[in-house]
Design a protein around this ligand. Structure first.
Ligand code: PLP
Length: 320
C-alpha cells in the first residue's frame, strides 16, 4: 500500500491543480440563512471544470505519472463525473484515455466524456464489475489505472476544494460533504485537521445506500448492493481502504438524505441561488436542513459537489 496522504500532499496537489482548475466561488444566501438559522457557506464545485470537483483528483493523479505511463494512456471506470474528469485531464496532459461506463449513465456525462476524447467501454451497472473490466484493460494495454476515490493522489487532489473553502472562510464550525466512495470527504478530513481542527465534519450519503454510515458504526468496511437513488454520483457499494481509514479517524458522523429531500434542495438552489445542482451535489444541504437546530448561529460549510444533470432529467425532477 502507498502511504495515506498528508496535508503536505494536499499543498503539493494544490500547486499542480491550481493552474488548470477553477478556483470556484463560495456563495451564500441570506434567505437560506434566515430559514436555517445558520451562517452557510457553499463551495460551488458545480462551477468546476467539467462540472464537478472530480477534475481536481484526476488531474493531480495523472500529473504524477511518469513519461512512459503518459505515453501508454489512462483507464478509469465511472458512472460519469470521474469519467469526464479523467478524459479532460488526459487531454490536457496529451494522453489517451479509456473509460468504462455503465449502460445507464446519464447521456450528458457520456457525451461530455466522448467530447473530451475519451474512448468509452460500456457495462451493466447491476451485473458487471467495472473495476475488474478497467483493471483488465489496464493490464492488456499497459494503461495507468486511475481509481475514482481510493488513491492517495486522488484524495489529495479532491482535498484542494476544502483547502480553498477554508482559505476563504477561515475555520468553520461544521462542514457537510457528500460521500460516494469517500475521496472528497477524506480530502476534507485531512484539510480540516490542518486548517480547522475544531470543525465538526459530517458525511452525507443517499438513504438508499448508507454503506458508509454502516461501516462507521461497525468499524469495518460494509459492502452493499448498488443502491437505487437519483444521486448517481454516490451509487457506490463500498468505501475504499484509504478512504475508510481517514473517515474513521476524523468524520464525526455519516448522515443520510432521501431522494425527495434532494429534489427539494435542487429546487432551493435554483430558486434562491440560481444554481443548477445535480442530485448528488444536494446531499450536503439536505443533511444540514435536517440537522440545523444544534448548529443555530454557527458558521457552516456545505460542499456542492457537482452540477452535471441532463436538462430533461433536471426539468422532470423539478416538475415531479
Ligand atoms: C463522485 C461524486 C461524489 C462522491 O465523491 P466520493 O469521492 O466518491 O465520495 C459526490 N458528488 C458528485 C457530484 C460526484 O461526482
Amino acid at each position: 500500500m502507498l502511504t495515506s496522504p498528508t496535508y503536505d500532499d494536499v499543498e503539493a496537489a494544490a500547486a499542480r491543480v491550481a493552474p488548470q482548475a477553477h478556483r470556484t466561488p463560495v456563495l451564500r444566501s441570506s434567505r437560506l440563512d434566515a430559514g436555517l438559522g445558520v451562517e452557510t457557506y457553499f463551495k460551488c464545485e458545480n462551477f468546476q471544470r467539467m462540472g464537478a470537483f472530480k477534475f481536481r483528483g484526476a488531474f493531480n493523479a495523472l500529473s504524477r505519472l511518469s513519461p512512459e505511463q503518459r505515453r501508454a494512456g489512462a483507464v478509469a471506470y465511472s458512472s460519469g463525473n470521474h469519467a469526464q474528469a479523467v478524459a479532460l485531464s488526459a487531454r490536457l496532459l496529451d494522453m489517451a484515455s479509456t473509460i468504462v461506463m455503465p449502460h445507464d449513465a446519464p447521456e450528458s456525462k457520456v457525451a461530455a466524456t466522448e467530447g473530451y476524447g475519451g474512448r468509452i467501454v460500456r457495462y451493466d451497472r447491476y451485473d458487471g464489475d467495472p473495476a475488474v473490466i478497467a483493471k483488465a484493460l489496464a493490464e492488456e494495454g499497459g494503461l495507468a489505472f486511475v481509481p475514482p476515490f481510493d488513491h492517495p493522489d486522488v484524495i489529495a487532489g479532491q482535498a484542494t476544494a476544502t483547502k480553498e473553502l477554508f482559505e476563504e472562510t477561515g475555520p468553520l464550525d461544521a462542514l457537510f460533504v457528500p460521500i460516494g466512495g469517500g475521496g472528497l470527504i477524506s480530502g476534507a478530513a485531512i484539510t480540516a485537521e490542518a486548517l480547522a481542527p475544531e470543525c465538526l465534519l459530517y458525511g452525507v450519503e443517499p438513504e438508499a445506500g448508507d454503506d458508509a454510515r454502516q461501516s462507521l458504526r461497525k468499524g469495518e468496511i460494509v459492502t452493499i448492493d448498488t443502491p437505487k437513488t437519483i444521486a448517481d454520483g454516490a451509487q457506490t457499494q463500498r468505501l475504499g481502504t484509504y478512504t475508510f481509514d481517514i473517515i474513521k479517524r476524523r468524520v464525526l458522523d455519516v448522515l443520510t438524505a432521501s431522494d425527495e429531500s434532494l429534489v427539494e434542495c435542487m429546487r432551493t438552489f435554483a430558486t434562491l441561488m440560481k444554481l443548477v445542482v445535480e442530485p448528488t451535489g444536494c446531499l450536503g444541504l439536505a443533511a444540514l436542513r435536517a440537522h440545523a437546530e444544534p448548529l443555530r448561529g454557527r458558521r457552516v460549510g456545505v460542499i456542492i459537489s457537482g452540477g452535471n444533470v441532463d436538462l430533461a432529467r433536471y426539468a422532470s425532477l423539478l416538475a415531479g
